[in-house]
Design a protein around this ligand. Structure first.
Ligand SMILES: *Cc1c(COP(=O)(O)O)cnc(C)c1O
Ligand SMILES: [Zn+2]
Length: 364
């Protein structure tokens, strides 16, 4: 029914294999499965899209793990664009969508202990859902993760491993998994169930705008789960005839940490040029994204784009959002900064949705 499929060599693996990458080194997507865009008889949460999701453990398990994530407001902005307030979620970031599905899958596999490395929010989401599903979460975060996010982790009973930079967190989780063979790697980057939870964000936008299919969707870009989720959703909706014109995806990186920007805007698709910088947008401070090449290829193939924003633009965008009564964390403000930059250069634009991913309270 459901299988992992290697993005490099195409080999399939059982979900029960507990592997998180192929023997060739490639990362997993899911093998295509049957979907129906039938949304009406179901409750208002991720469960609404049950017939579109890879429910390895069945719909009742998702219902028991779900905390009503998703179904977030889409509001009109003064500029004429739309803001998708996707930080209005159980743990205050969009990552709850992915965590709900990933943790439900882990539960179906009989997992009791899981591990994740994260800049903060993915760890918080997985910790909350893991707690609810009665699993122990080990969360590896860099030293720079906001204290508020670390506090969230502690409140949810996660075992917090904090230290070093983001790459150090990735290395230490791998070492941990080497010794703790029974621990499930609940990675939002490696495990494709996460992305399939995230794709519901884009189903919602399409439903909320009805006949006015957006021309552009703006998302922040760190590891690229939003970009992957968006393209999963668009492919699904095109295939099922729900939409006929795919929106253009515009991904936003911080100018001081822009590895995927450089992949997209150079002719060579290699990950060799990646290097690091720092930014207040901690959720997209990802110097070497494991799926960097995949994300860059997807954007190029689908006529998407990547833009970069400076630290000052991020701060200014945050102030503009605050003046509209909306408080987000800097990573989400980067998304809005990218949008404002495009608007300034292109003049009045077509229907554009800006995805706001994390709440301001997380970074106080
Ligand atoms: C994780 C995160 C992002 C970036 O998502 P990626 O999947 O890493 O590209 C953006 N905003 C917030 C608030 C996040 O937590
Ligand atoms: Zn492979």
């Amino acid at each position: 029914m459901f299988s992992y499929r290697c993005t490099s060599c195409g080999r399939d693996y059982e979900i029960t294999s507990h592997l998180f990458s192929c023997s060739c080194g490639g990362l997993f997507d899911l093998k295509p499965y049957e979907k129906t865009f039938d949304t009406y008889s179901l409750p208002w949460s991720l469960v609404r899209y049950a017939k579109m999701l890879p429910l390895f453990g069945g719909v009742d398990l998702l219902k028991s793990v779900s905390m009503g994530e998703g179904m977030t407001p889409l509001v009109r902005d003064k500029t004429g664009g739309y803001l998708k307030l996707d930080f209005l979620q159980p743990t205050l970031s969009y990552k709850d969508r992915g965590a709900a599905l990933l943790v439900a899958t882990a539960k179906a596999l009989g997992v009791t202990s899981l591990a994740i490395d994260s800049s903060g929010n993915a760890g918080v989401s997985v910790a909350a859902y893991a707690r609810r599903a009665e699993m122990l979460a080990h969360v590896f975060v860099p030293e720079t993760t906001s204290d508020k996010k670390v506090r969230q982790l502690e409140l949810f009973g996660a075992k917090v491993h904090r230290g070093g930079d983001r790459d150090f967190a990735s290395r230490t989780v791998m070492e941990y998994l080497e010794t703790e063979k029974d621990t499930f790697y609940a990675s939002h980057i490696y495990n494709p169930f996460f992305t399939h939870g995230v794709k519901t964000l884009f189903y919602e936008i399409i439903e909320q705008l009805r006949d006015d299919v957006p021309k552009n969707i703006v998302v922040p870009l760190g590891n690229g789960t939003l970009v992957l989720g968006a393209y999963e959703a668009v492919a699904d909706l095109m295939e099922l005839g729900v939409i006929s014109n795919p929106p253009k995806l515009i991904a936003v990186q911080a100018a001081s940490c822009d590895p995927i920007y450089r992949l997209v805007h150079s002719d060579r698709l290699t990950q060799r040029d990646l290097d690091s910088g720092s930014t207040i947008a901690e959720g997209i401070a990802i110097p070497s994204p494991p799926r960097g090449s995949q994300i860059a290829s997807l954007l190029l193939k689908n006529d998407g784009d990547v833009v970069v924003v400076s630290e000052k633009m991020i701060r200014d965008a945050h102030s503009k959002l605050l003046s509209a009564g909306v408080d987000v964390e800097p990573t989400a403000a980067a998304s809005y900064a990218g949008y404002l930059q495009l608007r300034d250069s292109d003049g009045p634009s077509d229907t554009t949705v800006v995805v706001l991913t994390g709440a301001g309270l997380k970074s106080l």
